[in-house]
Design a protein around this ligand. Sequence first.
Ligand code: PMP
Length: 286
Amino acid sequence: MRTVYVNGDYLPETEAKVSIFDRAFLMADGVYEVTSVLGGKLIDFEGHLARLERSLNELDIKKPAVFDDLLDIHRELVRANQIEDGLVYLQVTRGSDGDRDFAFPDRETTEPTLVLFTQSKPGLATSPQAETGLKIISIDDQRWGRRDIKTVQLLYPSMGKMMAKAAGCDDAWMVEEGHVTEGTSNNAYIVKDGKIITRQLSNDILHGITRAAVLRFAREAQMTVEERLFTVDEAKDADEAFVTSASAFVMPVVEIDGQGVGTGTPGPVAKRLREIYLEESQNAAI
Ligand code: PMP
């Protein structure tokens, strides 16, 4: 049984409790982060912590009192659950003042809820999907307008995953006004004539921590990066496509809406970026 963390306590998962009036349960009023663990160490932890702080600020959710101890709490859960490869999931919600109301509860008297748990994923970095690549479909982006905030409102992305499964595919890329925003749980890229193309940062997409690291490594390796809008047609006509996220790292995309991308197999740029990211991020893991 897992040991989880809830509001200051390390508990067996079956003993962890959150109020039914918690704002995340009633209104999806919460934010989260997922940090991957490789070889028992946390990948890109500082980036995830910085984005958590930003999400909390954007929604005016109080920082948990133990904010400065979050690294220790992550490490303790990794240790207690003997996680070699896997994930640490963290969620902060606006908490509960014991009733339901659209207006936010009093900030002074309502403490945020803080929950963390681990997921063991042996061989996370050697996923066979990295060898075969993902098949994706394109779907309309029907999410809200502040996708830069990492909220727990994940119903539409979940529906997108199910639409992909129903189509015999692995994932979906969402499209707004003709341009790809991002994947259901990852940032989206194409490669054309050696250039790496990905949508620029704005409120329309999540500012991926893996995206930031991968683009930095790409530039350091003298690759050309273009941060701009691109269409699904452009993606289908690209030499390569791939996605990035904390749990998938760099993952090739080989098919879009039934059409092979490039050679229809994982491309050299995606493979190289995956190698660089895994090597550099593990060297910097804490
Ligand atoms: N976009 C969305 C919509 C996501 O849910 C995620 C993963 N949480 C990402 C991008 C990738 O972000 P990161 O690299 O920080 O995991």
